[in-house]
Design a protein around this ligand. Sequence first.
Ligand code: DOR
Ligand code: ZN
Length: 462
Amino acid sequence: MTDTVLAGGMVFTPDGPREADVRVADGVITEVERSAAGRGARVIDVSGMYVLPGAIDVHVHSRDPGFPDKEDFGTLTSAAAAGGVTTVIDMPNTVPAVDAAGVLEAKAALAHAKARVDFGLWALIRSSSTPEQLAGLAAAGATGFKAYLGYAYSRSRKQVLYSVDLGNQDLEAPPDYGTLARLAPVIAELGLPLAIHAEDPGILKTFRRPYETYADVLAGQPPEAEAVAISAAAAVARQHGIHLHIAHLSSAAGLFAAEEALAVGTAMTLETCPQFLWLTEDDYVRLGTWMKMNPPVRTLGDRSALRDGLRRGAIGIVATDHAPHTDAEKGRDLEHAPPGSPGVQTLYLSSLELARDLGDVWMAPRWVCEAPAALAGLTESKGRIAAGFDADVVVVDPARSTTFGPRMMRSRQRHGALNGLKSSFAIDSVYVRGIPVFSGGRIGSRVTGRMVRPSRAVRAAT
Ligand code: DOR
Ligand code: ZN
């Protein structure tokens, strides 16, 4: 195969941005030098453009298998490709829930048949999970384990539910801190991260109320629910030497609890999402249930604390919690509309915009590429523009802006909480292992996605 060279762009290298040509052969970056063009290669002129590593969104919900009317792996990964996300790590609350090796393997086969970008798979921790099941999931290639504290499981539907109520025999109790402590030794041995949905079920139950107004949401899911869950899970993680990952951090109180745990040496990564970095409670008037999600978008003070945590490096990862539902479902009232909003397509552009606002646009690839690669055990292959890495490359046009809205959205759900936001950048073209998956406003014709598996060697070292 002829080599390809992306020539003349401003390349984000591990040492920072510099003008260089990026040479690609057989899906791998072979050279990042001023003079890498020529020598029999196909040259693509990207002068004036940024050449960035593809993003790794460590928190998406494909809905596949289970709810193809909300999304499937094809539509999810088309949206990812259009947004410069070249790897997605999918959450395990698909149906059947990913609680055993066989389920993960079947999901991997299904995803492989449809995915346009690379993908990894999180595995589910249930209150009934056994060490053998976890070992099987790890052997099948799981990126790590996810525990939804407070989310019950329906045995007959093989499905994680949003409810904390245990009304009937069909429901298995949600995993709690006891579940985490029981399984922590095997998680430590497997060397995989434990991600948590951090809302303390006891606090949620106490404050639960019908949601008539957005004030009810904020009162029903108070920030201390997040802080308590983080502190408790961190104590377990520290005790057993496991790596804890906090999904979708939403509050100043949660950040404070996490920083306390980090200060005493807990191995922990923090993830927040564009919706918590851009929106506040006041946006509910404009967005209505498009803004309903768990945990909720909170106050201006929370948003400022999260932005500051990101700028300081306490929060390392921005991921989306891409969680599409149908128009009909989101059209219900605040109490009954399901939580979640699509976001994978707008991860990169919103992060570049925020990084620019915070004073250094080059922070964005660290939030959406480098730190996520470390969490997912992919630091040997993804997240950087450097020789030997997969040619997952995003060409960004800094001279063209993008306004987020339903017309551009490739997800099956075209409305998202960030609709209306403007980024001063545009995605020009996107490559997954050297294969064009998006250019000229169009998705590539090939189904190219492959499953990624964490490298144990990498995990042990980080
Ligand atoms: O808003 C949310 N939606 N939060 C979650 O934790 C789950 C997600 C979903 O799967 O819909
Ligand atoms: Zn989620």
